[in-house]
Design a protein around this ligand. Structure first.
Ligand SMILES: Nc1ncnc2c1ncn2[C@@H]1O[C@H](COP(=O)(O)OP(=O)(O)OP(=O)(O)O)[C@@H](O)[C@H]1O
Ligand SMILES: [Mg+2]
Length: 477
């Protein structure tokens, strides 16, 4: 991974912002701790000095200057460990007793609080250190200085400063390192997805985004992209099928049409022959249009795009409408259409495609079983399913050929002499799949019974009178 890519990544930038924010708040917290600690220590120093002064004042008041001198001498010797500073001097600032050599220059003048530098005589290594003291003028002009070495305070200050800088450096380092590691990991996963999409753009349509299996956001993104690709592939396959189907089934009838028209034109004929030729042409174009519509309906059903536009409607009403529409055609062939759909049954779906599928089933029943008995349509409810069946008394389809009969352009050998393009049952299968319905071809003993098991919606809508769109008769044959 190139370093400048890493630096330019948004994750790394977020990490830097985080470092900055964290650094500022940490400096704030440490500064607060520092000031508080220094204030406490300073307060303690002043308090100790005040106590010391009180006790010395007591000695002085009770026994006079001599006692004060001996107490100071004693304390100067014993209590250095606690860093007490004492000095008693005459009016000319000449030391009389105490543990510092000379009266500090800054402390000459008005008595009061003073900070100054001292060399401590009995320290292991004599050094100049910071001290704080209070000075007094005693009766007779003698001067007293009582104080403390404040090195502790200074040490504390530098200790806190060091801790602060150290912590800041450590945090910055950790945050930058964390940012690099984090950005690297994230970039790696995004790179994988980028590589995948580039490969797909480059023509490798079977390629899918890698999934790690820990179900994080990247996995979810990859899975969603994969689902999208799957869907696109399906739709592309659908388009491809439509193109193939058109080439397969529409080319020859159109060529046939054209050659017949040419032949008619070649030899001079009378008006009746022309009329007959034109009528034949119209009949054939109708057939071509019907096949064309069937191909488009199948493609529409297979794409699944209509799923978002399903409405709720009463399947019983739809069956009644389609049956009524087909009754005359059946009668012509010597069959009756009976409907047994007693109660309204609401389903969710596409009314046009379901009507067309039902029309195809009735069309088959009339075409292959007409004149051999009634065509029976039934609808009843089984649990959460609406079970629709179309049965006839014709020759039926042998069990081993049933799956095959559902495929596009498949026509059984026995039907060679009846007109048709073999798309009727293919549309029924596509519509069943679109509606998540189960489709079965069964033996009607004798004849064929087609069963369609659709999921019902919970509440049945009010049965609308005759508003169902009527299917267009697909074949005039
Ligand atoms: N009710 C039936 N009885 C007997 N055979 C049937 C029946 N329905 C369909 N078949 C057989 O299944 C084949 C496929 O039917 P399908 O409806 O798909 O096509 P088709 O009827 O031949 O043509 P199209 O429906 O496109 O006009 C038919 O050719 C026929 O052999
Ligand atoms: Mg058919």
């Amino acid at each position: 991974m190139r370093p400048n890519r890493l630096l330019a990544s948004s994750t790394f930038r977020y990490a830097l912002v985080y470092v900055a924010m964290f650094g500022v708040s940490m400096v704030g917290i440490l500064a607060f701790v520092y000031w508080e600690a220094v204030a406490v220590v300073s307060g303690q120093t002043d308090e100790t000095i005040r106590n010391e002064i009180a006790s010395l004042a007591e000695h002085y008041q009770e026994r006079g200057l001599g006692q004060l001198i001996s107490v100071i001498a004693e304390r100067s010797g014993n209590r250095f460990g606690q860093r007490g500073i004492y000095l008693l001097a005459d009016p000319e600032y000449r030391p009389l007793a105490g543990n510092i050599d000379a009266w500090p220059t800054v402390a000459r003048g008005e008595p009061g609080w003073v900070d100054f530098l001292i060399g401590i005589e009995s320290a292991p290594r004599p050094s100049r250190q910071l001290a704080r003291a209070h000075t007094f003028v005693l009766p007779g002009g003698f001067r007293l200085l009582v104080g403390r070495d404040t090195t502790e305070r200074t040490e504390l200050r530098s200790l806190i400063t060091e801790a602060l800088l150290g912590a800041l450096a450590l945090t910055t380092f950790l945050a930058v390192a964390g940012g690099v590691v984090m950005s690297r990991n994230l970039l790696r996963r995004i790179d994988a997805i980028n590589r995948g999409s580039q490969a797909i753009l480059g023509g490798d349509f079977r390629r899918r985004m890698p999934i790690r299996g820990n179900d994080d956001e990247f996995d979810q993104l990859a899975a969603n992209l994969n689902r999208m690709l799957e869907r696109i592939e399906q739709l592309m396959a659908g388009m491809h099928n439509v193109a193939n189907d058109i080439a397969h089934d529409l080319r020859s009838p159109i060529s046939r049409l054209r050659s017949r028209l040419e032949v008619t034109l070649l030899s001079p004929q009378d008006a009746d022959t022309y009329r007959a030729a034109l009528e034949e042409t119209i009949r054939e174009t109708e057939e071509i249009l019907a096949t064309f519509n069937a191909i488009l309906d199948i493609a529409l059903a297979e794409s699944g795009a209509l799923r978002n536009e399903f409405d709720d409607f009463d399947l019983a009403a739809l069956i009644a409408d389609v049956a009524e529409f087909y009754a005359p055609v059946a009668e012509e062939k010597g069959s009756t259409v009976t409907v047994d759909a007693p109660t309204p049954l609401a389903i969710r779906g596409n009314r046009h495609l379901l009507s067309q599928a039902l029309a195809n089933l009735i069309d088959n029943a009339v075409k292959y079983g007409g004149g051999r008995g009634p065509i029976e349509l039934t609808l009843h409810r089984e649990g959460t399913a609406a079970v629709l069946s179309v049965g006839d008394r014709g020759p039926g389809i042998p069990e081993n050929l049933r799956d095959n009969a559902l495929k596009r352009f498949v026509r059984l050998e026995v039907s060679r002499h009846t007109p048709g393009s073999g798309l009727g049952l293919a549309l029924v299968a596509a519509v069943a799949q679109l509606h998540d319905a189960e489709l079965r071809l069964e033996d009607n003993e004798p004849g064929l019974r087609v069963m369609l098991r659709l999921p019902v919606t919970s509440a049945a809508p009010a049965r609308k009178a005759k508003t169902t769109s009527l299917p267009v008769a697909r074949k005039a044959g």
